[in-house]
Ligand binder design. Structure first.
Ligand code: ZN
Ligand code: ZN
Length: 336
């Protein structure tokens, strides 16, 4: 099977021919149909973050494919099921976080395409418990971006507890942001999309954004305050400065939801404003299996739209360069 492999952090990925792996107890072998390219995969390939993955590594955590073989003891899936392989590749099931519905905080977790090999390959293994069933009527091309970009933004807005009279600013309209605009609308908020590319703002409008702010042309904080400020600011752009702008855009009682992960950097937040305005600062990391099931259910019901373009796996290095140039429409998805 073909796999895209990170062998050193300083060099391009290589396409290797590997043995198709055998599922161990509790695992299934998945024949991939599609896998989205997430910014996290680029950070993994570059070794950008404080915790670097062990090499060699096959990235990819927006994998969608068909179960081809069951490991011993697997009863919840059948051969032929279409499943998603998301960032949360495994969690212990027994710790305080797993038990109370916060499995994405489990300290024993394994992350697909980071701590274990992921889905930039024709086949991969996944724990059967953490392979989420993709419902009928969702294509693999759509299911792939929903498995990280979708669930991550859906969860981030869920923890923001939006009520219908509130206004939400989405900072960064890309693979994640174009879905965030739609979830914020579904949750009842009105939406301000913020980006530095006109095409992305046009896309946000076509997906339901009520207002747009081009941060390359105007000061986004001023522009948002002219509109009355926002109750929720969701940061999807990997720049500490954008986090600070998002904070400064909030009204009293506002929530700053941090999702993007700049390779380095610290945000500077005024304590006085945080206290007097009763601001909450919340970090949100991907979502649970249930959150992903909800994301799929919304899509199957025709309530969301995924914007993506297809690439071949052997274009992986070019595709990463395209994502870094910010010129891709929303999500790039490798089709197998
Ligand atoms: Zn991701
Ligand atoms: Zn756990």
């Amino acid at each position: 099977m073909k796999a895209a492999v990170v062998t050193t952090f300083s060099e391009a990925l290589t396409i290797e021919d590997r043995q198709i792996p055998e599922p161990a107890v509790g695992q299934v072998l998945v024949h991939l149909e599609a896998c989205g390219l997430c910014h996290t995969d680029i950070h993994a390939a570059n070794g950008d973050w404080p915790v670097t993955p062990t090499l060699p590594l096959v990235p990819g955590h927006e994998g969608v494919g068909i179960v081809e073989k069951l490991g011993e003891g697997v009863t919840r899936l059948r051969v032929g099921d279409r499943v998603a392989i998301a960032w949360l590749g495994f969690a212990c099931g027994d710790c305080r976080y797993c038990i109370d519905g916060r499995e994405s905080l489990c300290e024993q977790q394994l992350n697909s395409g980071y701590s274990v090999d992921g889905a930039f390959a024709e086949y991969t293994l996944v724990s059967a418990r953490f392979a989420t069933l993709v419902p009928e009527g969702i294509t693999a091309m759509d299911a792939a971006p929903l498995s990280c970009a979708g669930v991550t933004t859906y969860k981030a807005l869920k923890v923001a507890s939006i009520v219908p009279t509130e206004r939400v600013a989405i900072f960064g309209i890309g693979g994640l942001g174009h879905l965030a605009v739609q979830y914020a609308r579904i949750m009842g908020g009105s939406v301000i999309a913020v980006d530095i590319e006109k095409e992305k703002l046009d896309l946000a409008v076509s997906l339901g954004a009520d207002f747009v702010v081009n941060a390359a042309e105007v000061d986004p904080v001023e522009a948002i305050h002219e509109l009355g400020g926002v109750d929720v600011a969701l940061v999807l752009a990997a720049s500490p400065r954008v986090f600070e702008q998002a904070f400064a855009s909030l009204r009293r009682g506002g929530r700053l939801i941090c999702v993007a992960l700049p390779a380095e950097g610290t945000m500077s937040i005024p304590i006085f404003d945080t206290v007097l305005k009763g601001i909450s600062i919340i970090g949100s990391i991907v979502g649970t299996r249930q959150d992903l099931a909800e994301v799929f259910a919304l899509h199957a019901a025709g309530r969301t739209q995924v914007i993506s373009e297809s690439r071949r796996l052997d274009q992986v290095n070019e595709a990463m360069a395209e994502v870094l140039s910010s010129k891709v429409p929303a999500r790039l998805v490798f089709e197998f």
